[in-house]
Ligand binder design. Structure first.
Ligand SMILES: Nc1ncnc2c1ncn2[C@@H]1O[C@H](COP(=O)(O)OP(=O)(O)OP(=O)(O)O)[C@@H](O)[C@H]1O
Ligand SMILES: [Mg+2]
Length: 428
């Protein structure tokens, strides 16, 4: 295990506060507070479906969170409580609606419970009846069998009894429904006007809060569209399935983004300098002349790509297409591609779990080397041995919550959380 290298001076590269993510109303992250400090190697472990990938994808803004805050350095790259406020408004409105219709009365609630129980009973009786009828049908087909007649009589009796029970249950349900209707009418006639107006006031106040939050959110999202690419460039992401472009050679895969952003940057600088030069800024003119040419940008990107390829031992693969590479080689290229953007942090989502066992080592070695060189990284992994050896800190995520956060020796050696103990007993 490495020493915990976090010093007092280290700053978080990325922080999250109260990070919530929902998919179609289902909450997947339930308020994650995390700080990833400069130089840290954070392993994220946890059961399947617990939200590990979603957490990573939110850090990279590949997923837009539902609510909460994400800070990248000192900059808030996401911060909104709009959806949470909207949910609160919805709840308040629903409560008033239920009250007005008489559904939140205790007597009504207990009658409705009774109706539900009766319906469950009716359902099981119907199922029983179906089975008896099927049995009767079967008996008809085999009527010559000894004892068949007796059995048929018995079954016919059962069918009658169960049918009667169903009829009884139906009329009970009907009676309960009438009771509910009467009670709700009574409740509606006696609604507390004070309470109703208090509920309406709360709704108006919440509506105000929600609308303000909505306008902040909209502004934020439109701002974010401008900065999202820049943010993603700063957070290199490596996926389980490499996601290389099959129609591009290795070198083109690696240089595509650096060249594109390099050209964009020069274009923007050029525009600004030209505007300044038109206003007579002499300095701008000389700066303009110093801007790199397109070919120079391409050449630099290729040079850097070759250097990085050398570091992962794949310089000879520069001109081949991804289809000709092994899984381990593809993943090493994917890592190089992320590194080519000079990210401040690398995010790995199970980088070795799609690989044949004999290729896991070569990829882990590359990641370990990066870690040793001081790269800040978050790595979702099922490789507990690797997490133990390389990570400076391990987060255990379960049901969308960080349930334990500790250095590996402590987390693996002396787990506190019950769910973590159970998880480790299965994977270690
Ligand atoms: N785009 C999506 N749309 C709908 N539901 C999603 C989406 N992405 C993830 N989910 C759901 O969110 C939950 C968390 O998924 P996530 O991929 O973050 O889990 P995980 O911890 O990475 O699991 P695994 O170890 O299997 O990779 C799962 O129930 C998943 O089905
Ligand atoms: Mg995952």
């Amino acid at each position: 295990m490495q020493d915990n290298i976090i010093t007092k001076n280290a700053k978080p590269v990325i922080s999250t506060r109260g990070l919530v993510k929902k998919f179609n109303g289902k909450t997947v992250l339930r308020g994650i507070d995390a700080d990833i400090y400069e130089g840290e190697k954070v392993a994220v472990i946890g059961p399947s479906g617990s939200g590990k990938s979603t957490f990573l994808r939110c850090l990279n803004l590949l997923e837009i969170p539902f609510s909460g805050t994400i800070l990248f350095g000192d900059e808030i790259i996401f911060g909104s409580d709009y959806y949470a406020q909207k949910d609160k408004l919805k709840e308040l409105k629903a409560a008033r609606r239920l009250y007005k219709k008489g559904y939140d009365d205790e007597t009504v609630k207990s009658i409705r419970q009774e109706i539900n129980d009766l319906k469950t009973l009716e359902k099981s009786l119907k199922k029983e009846l179906k089975e008896h009828k099927a049995h009767a049908k079967m008996l008809k087909a085999t009527s010559s069998r000894e004892g068949a007649l007796e059995d048929a009589e018995q079954t016919a009796k059962l069918i009658t009894t169960v049918s009667e029970k169903i009829a009884q249950t139906k009329s009970l349900i009907k009676a309960e429904k009438a009771k509910e209707k009467a009670r709700r009418k009574q409740v509606r006639e006696q609604l507390d006007e004070n309470l109703l107006s208090k509920m309406s006031e709360d709704i108006s106040a919440q509506l105000c809060v929600t609308l303000k939050s909505k306008s902040r959110h909209k502004k934020f999202v439109s701002e974010m569209e401008k900065t999202i690419d820049a943010h993603r460039r700063m957070t290199g992401m490596v996926f389980q399935h490499f996601n290389l472009f099959g129609n591009l050679s290795v070198i083109d895969n690696i240089t595509l983004a650096p060249i594109k952003t390099g050209l964009q940057e020069v274009k923007a600088k050029k525009r600004a300098l030209r505007a300044a030069a038109r206003k007579g800024d002499e300095n701008a003119k000389s700066e303009l002349a110093k801007l790199p040419h397109k070919l120079e940008i391409i050449e630099n990107a290729r040079k850097q790509a070759y250097e990085l390829l050398g570091k992962v031992g794949l310089q000879d693969k520069a001109d081949v297409y991804p289809a000709t590479l092994s899984g381990g080689q593809k993943q090493r290229i994917a890592i190089v591609r992320a590194l080519a953007m000079n990210p401040s942090i690398m995010l790995f989502d199970e980088p070795t779990s799609a690989l044949d066992p004999e290729m896991v080592g070569e990829v882990l070695q590359v990641i370990k080397k990066l870690a040793d060189d001081g790269m800040t990284m978050v790595i979702v992994t099922h490789e507990m041995g690797f997490a133990r050896e390389v990570a400076t800190r391990v987060l255990f995520i379960d049901e969308g919550v960080i349930k334990e956060d500790a250095p590996p020796a402590q987390l693996f050696g002396n787990p506190q959380n019950e769910r973590l103990k159970e998880f480790l007993s299965k994977v270690l």
